[in-house]
Design a protein around this ligand. Structure first.
Ligand code: PBG
Ligand code: ZN
Length: 321
């Protein structure tokens, strides 16, 4: 008889033959920074996640630094929002100031800057709006200005999440022309229009004021189209590609891993996080077990980099290799 149970008989042997390991170095923690002073505002829909002002954010940066993970993904929330998202590319915008502050205090921490207009526009859409239409080509120059200003502030990686067509090549050219030839682009390539983003829109104050994001984010039944999006971003010059959300899209991560050789990031998004937290708060699941199982599933599907709100707690639980 083939006795599979031989290799499961104790933790020592299970550890020896374990196929998937997560390193802290593969984890990225998203942080929210808003204008103002003395702020540490709990995000209601995301227990354990807070919005910080620049004078309080060091608390979470220090923790991140100690955790051994690779870095942070920065989201800025400006006070002033307008049609043109002017705070998105202001050199003294909240996000630019946050990036500068982090790199000054923690030069070794990787700072990934999310590039998108939705936190900065009065209507909450990711691009320039005309009537009820979200304009593609008119949005690209604003994204480029934002990317360059964040690179100037010291961002290590530029991560466009807007889902406008052609933005990777547009941003690549803008970065190169401004001397940032060595700043990588991590593209949110296969970003689906997902119900899993709702808690984030609370956190980042970025819910669209009318309509939804389905004319630019991907239709969730489409797996093959996701691979075309990724292939196109690679052609346009992306250095790292991303699949988002993660857990409901493990098939996409796996296909992307099998087809492409670039590093693949997966974004374990807000709704995925909040569902775990809510069930755990009710005593319905064992939180630590579920988090490690979820993150391992994302890694096993083929992700090289995992962006997750669980990063700091998970870092404490992971065995280091
Ligand atoms: C901005 C952006 C969003 C997320 C990351 N960047 C929200 C959206 O597209 O509506 C979602 C992250 C999360 O849910 O954790 N475009
Ligand atoms: Zn957006």
């Amino acid at each position: 008889m083939r006795r599979f149970r031989r290799l499961r008989s104790g933790e020592g042997i299970r550890r020896l033959v374990r196929e998937t390991h997560i390193s802290r170095k593969e984890l990225i923690y998203p942080i929210f920074v808003e204008e103002g002073e003395g702020i540490k505002l709990p995000v209601e829909s995301m227990p354990g996640v807070f919005r910080y002002s620049l004078d309080t954010v060091d608390e979470i940066l220090r923790e991140t630094d100690k955790s051994g993970i690779s870095g942070v993904l920065v989201f800025g929330i400006p006070k002033h929002k307008d049609e043109k998202a002017s705070q998105a590319y202001d050199e003294n915008g909240i996000t630019q100031r946050a990036v500068r502050l982090i790199k000054e205090k923690y030069p070794e921490m990787l700072v990934i800057a999310d590039v998108c207009l939705c936190e900065y526009t009065s209507h909450g859409h990711c691009g320039v709006v005309c009537g009820h239409e979200i304009l593609n080509d008119e949005t690209l120059p604003l994204l480029a200005k934002m990317a360059v200003s964040l690179a100037e502030a010291g961002a290590d990686i530029i991560a466009p999440s807007d889902m406008m067509d052609g933005r990777v090549s547009f941003l690549r050219r803008a970065l190169d022309e401004n001397g940032f030839i060595n700043t990588p682009i991590m593209s949110y390539s296969a970003k689906f229009a997902s119900g899993y983003y709702s808690p984030f829109r609370d956190a980042a104050d970025s819910a669209p004021g009318f309509g939804d994001r389905r004319t630019y984010q991907m239709d969730f039944p489409n797996g093959r189209e996701a691979l075309r999006e990724i292939a196109d971003d690679i052609d346009e010059g992306a250095d790292i590609v991303m699949v988002k959300p993660a857990l409901a899209y493990l098939d996409v991560i796996r296909s992307a891993r099998d087809r492409f050789d670039l590093p693949i990031a997966a974004y374990n998004v807000s709704g995925e996080y909040s569902m775990v937290k809510a069930a755990a708060a009710n005593g319905w699941i064992d939180e630590k077990r579920i988090i490690l199982e979820n993150l391992t599933a994302i890694k096993r599907a083929g992700a090289d980099i995992i962006i997750t709100y669980h990063a700091l707690e998970a870092a404490e639980w992971l065995e280091e290799i």
